[in-house]
Ligand binder design. Structure first.
Ligand SMILES: [Zn+2]
Length: 329
């Protein structure tokens, strides 16, 4: 009988877990809010309890092939070490896979969330027809993953694929959380869109906009969803912000194409759900900023398919990379 994989997605606000079969079907899913304020022992306890629950729902240890875990970086996928994710207080140099393996006597693997999501898109999401892709998720940050021959590319120290911290503007006024100026994350993620909208409305303080009306001119209340809705309603400022976001992403992805020449690019995350106006601008911009214009124009730009539970799929996919599918179950 085919064994199942447990996928665990540890985040600062929620911990999600699920049972996934080798074909990538999610059979059970559980989510709990992360008790991050309770510190390391509390949140690690939640992770362990979730795994325990899923093992029992899956029919016991003998029915489970392994436990895949994805967490926010920085982490080391080679050694299973969680280094010090900013949104998980108390998690400092945690030998996570060792702890999980010792406790459950099952193999465990660890990956950062961007890499895991990219892998899942290639194995059972939007990019199953491809082997080599560049994956990005644009939401509160910009996560990325480089997938080569249906495997995650890790680099020497396991930290490759931090595309969100590639700067496209070294004299940008916007400093990224990582300390660098003009990272794509500091320019195009949800909070960056909000910031650009606010700055524009503050600078051009007579410019009418739905964003002003809908926040009673309390510009700090603008959200990415509000920008999307205002653009749909025809608001010029909101449309400009979305076009500018598409332009920044286009410049950045053009560089990724120059470096990687991927078969396809997959874009996920909340910001990507803006859809056509954003994707159109990205497509229009890409050929203008790469040496490989002729090819770049034809690089498919795909919307991510795995939305809900993407982290669980990503974590489970760590046991389904190329070369492992044929493994005896
Ligand atoms: Zn950065």
């Amino acid at each position: 009988m085919e064994k199942m994989i447990i996928g665990i997605d540890i985040g600062g606000t929620k911990i999600a877990g699920g049972l996934v079969n080798p074909k990538g079907k999610l059979l059970k899913a559980v989510t709990v809010p992360t008790e991050a304020a309770g510190g390391f022992d509390k949140s690690l306890g939640q992770v362990m309890a979730l795994i325990e629950q899923l093992i029992s729902q899956g029919g016991g240890r003998d029915r489970i092939r392994g436990i895949g875990i994805c967490a926010p970086g920085p982490l080391n996928p080679h050694t299973g070490l969680v280094i010090n994710p900013p949104n998980l207080p108390g998690w400092k140099n945690v030998q996570l896979t060792k702890r999980v393996e010792n406790r459950f006597k099952l193999p465990a693997r660890l990956e950062n969330d961007g890499n895991a999501a990219g892998l899942a898109e290639v194995l059972f999401g939007a990019a199953t027809a491809y082997h080599d892709i560049f994956y990005t998720t644009v939401s509160t940050g910009v996560g990325t993953g480089i997938i080569i021959n249906k495997k995650v590319y890790h680099g020497k120290n396991g930290v490759a694929g931090e595309g969100g911290h590639v700067s496209i503007d070294y004299h940008s006024p916007y400093r990224c959380g990582c300390g660098t100026l003009g990272c794509i994350e500091a320019l195009a993620a949800g909070p960056a869109m909000v910031r650009r909208a606010r700055v524009k409305l503050e600078q051009e303080h007579t410019l009418p906009s739905l964003l002003r009306e809908r926040t009673q001119n309390h510009l700090s209340r603008i959200t990415p969803e509000m920008i999307e809705a205002a653009a749909k309603a025809g608001d010029a400022v909101a449309k400009f912000i979305i076009e500018e976001t598409g332009f920044f992403l286009g410049v950045w992805l053009a560089s990724m194409i120059s470096v990687l020449d991927p078969e396809a690019i997959v874009i996920g995350g909340g910001v990507s759900r803006i859809g056509k106006p954003l994707f159109d601008k990205i497509r229009e911009t890409i050929p203008l900023y790469t040496i490989n214009r002729r090819f770049a124009k034809h690089t498919p730009l795909l919307a991510a398919k795995l939305r809900k539970n993407v982290g669980v799929f990503g974590a489970a996919s760590l046991f389904l990379q190329e070369g492992e599918r044929a493994e005896k179950n």
